[in-house]
Design a protein around this ligand. Structure first.
Ligand SMILES: Nc1nc2c(ncn2[C@@H]2O[C@H](COP(=O)(O)OP(=O)(O)OP(=O)(O)O)[C@@H](O)[C@H]2O)c(=O)[nH]1
Ligand SMILES: [Mg+2]
Length: 456
């Protein structure tokens, strides 16, 4: 058995907080905790022990807090584990962490606690990945899917694909291993069976790849770009939607130069709002031209465009361009500053779309605007709904499997059986790697856990 090290990390988010947690896991965890609580009653496992935390030789304790010790295997990692619940001061937490390191622990790698839980058989690889997705979830749907992966079993479709590929391989390999017992007709039959199973497996893989795409879209969220002429009130609307003054607003046209983004939740979906520089008839100067480029770049990323017109100026000829270029995308047209001037009577006909009169500064019709935007966001996000979370790592392996199965399909009537078997084997291996088989612990640590927080 290689020597397992004891790891330590601050498990709570960086910054001031009510409580901060320092976590220790590994064979020396108890010994380190005993030294830090020396001179006090022994720690009782699985109980909240109120103790002072001190380094020997130092007169004053570092802090006082609750120590929760757990014995292997009854802990998250399956190892001896200690959690110190301390005052949530980053400086104090650093001191306690340093004390743990001075007593022989080493700093945990990102996700190393969950990695150890995986190695101890406490979690499956799919559940371990779900832990990260639980922590990272930015919308209700992501959270629901991550919980399904964590508490439920989402290995079903992967296992079915593996089973089908095993059958497909067995059918082919029979004729490879015992050619003398196989007539040409037998061979044709086994190839047909193999093709059928491979096709079914590929269809499962295809479904999972669609889930991967939906997962990526969910995690990316929906991007709403606010665009329009200078000074129409785009930034005022951005601030109103965010409910705090995120961007500078002024009566000087061309106030916003860089695109500015921020996140909100609409209808449970993660939405990135981007405020852009106004686009006038022609660029006023070089800086304005650069700002327009930024706006175009933002528009290229848009899932939804929120076009802002000005009730006072009405439709300006150059605004036609923005309206036309936004047509292929889901979009809304808001006419701002109705507190000064009502929406001109002929504007809707001129624009050729339904309009919503609003006032960003007075709040007029902003609830209605938010409701319409939420509907659009739900439509955009809902068009690709994931049945289960499929992570990027899983998607890459599924891509490998899909390519191999595609090649198998193309070559199945021409290539020799050993080549076909190799392709099926490649697809099967890729799916097994998703399930944590055929993949080394080192590979798991780098491909799965490198995106985790330290302390998780
Ligand atoms: N009366 C009134 N004024 C508004 C409204 N919305 C914005 N304004 C004013 O219009 C001016 C421009 O507002 P901004 O939000 O900076 O406009 P913008 O479209 O971001 O402008 P640029 O960044 O220069 O393209 C400011 O003086 C705002 O106070 C509104 O609903 N009613
Ligand atoms: Mg602005």
């Amino acid at each position: 058995m290689p020597q397992v090290s004891t790891i330590a990390a601050i498990a709570t988010a960086r910054g001031r907080s009510g409580i901060g947690i320092v976590r220790l896991s590994g064979p020396d965890a108890w010994a380190i905790a005993d030294q830090l609580t020396a001179g006090q009653p022994p720690l009782v496992p699985r109980m909240a022990n109120l103790r002072r935390i001190s380094l020997s030789g130092e007169h004053e304790p570092i802090d006082e807090g609750i120590v929760v010790p757990m014995h292997a295997p009854h802990s998250y990692t399956g190892e001896d584990t200690i959690e110190f619940q301390l005052h949530g001061s980053p400086l104090l937490l650093d001191r306690v962490l340093e004390a743990c390191l001075a007593l022989g622990a080493r700093l945990a790698l990102p996700g190393e606690y969950t990695f150890r839980a995986l190695m101890a058989g406490k979690l499956s690889l799919l559940q371990a990945e779900a832990v990260r997705d639980l922590v990272d979830a930015g919308s209700d749907e992501e959270l629901a899917l991550a919980r399904r992966s964590f508490f439920g079993d989402t290995t079903g479709p992967f296992r079915s694909a593996v089973d089908l590929l095993t059958t497909a391989l067995a059918a082919l390999e029979g004729s490879l291993d015992f050619p003398e017992q196989f007539t040409e007709e037998d061979e044709a039959d086994s190839l047909a069976q193999s093709r059928q199973c491979a096709a079914q497996a590929r269809s499962i893989v295809g479904g999972l790849l669609a889930d991967a795409q939906a997962t990526a879209r969910l995690q990316r969220g929906v991007t709403v770009v606010i665009a329009g002429s200078p000074n129409v009130g785009k930034s005022s609307l951005m601030n109103a939607l965010l409910k705090y003054p995120r961007v500078i607003v002024s009566e000087v046209p061309g106030t916003t130069r860089d695109s500015v983004s921020d996140e909100i939740l609409l209808g449970g979906y993660r939405v990135t709002l981007i405020d852009t520089a106004g686009i006038g008839a022609t660029p006023a100067d070089q800086l304005d031209a650069l700002a327009r480029d930024r706006t175009q770049q933002a528009l290229a990323k848009a899932d939804i465009v929120l076009i802002v017109l000005d009730a006072v100026t009405g439709l300006q000829p150059h605004e036609r361009l923005l309206l036309d270029s936004s047509k292929p995308l889901p979009h809304l047209v808001a006419v701002n500053k109705v507190d000064v001037e009502p929406v001109p009577a002929d504007l809707a006909a001129e624009v050729g779309e339904p309009l919503l009169g609003i006032s960003a500064t007075e709040g007029t019709e902003l609830d209605e605007l938010t409701a319409r935007l939420t509907d659009l966001v739900a439509t955009v996000a809902g068009t690709v709904s994931a049945r289960q979370l499929v992570t990027r790592r899983q998607a890459a392996e599924l891509g490998t499997a899909d390519r191999a199965l595609g090649d198998f399909e193309h070559l199945s009537s021409t290539a020799p059986a050993d080549v076909l078997a190799e392709l099926l084997g490649e697809a099967r291996e890729a799916i097994l790697r998703i399930l944590g088989e055929r993949i080394s612990p080192d590979e798991i640590l780098t491909t799965v856990f490198s995106t985790f927080c330290i302390g998780k």
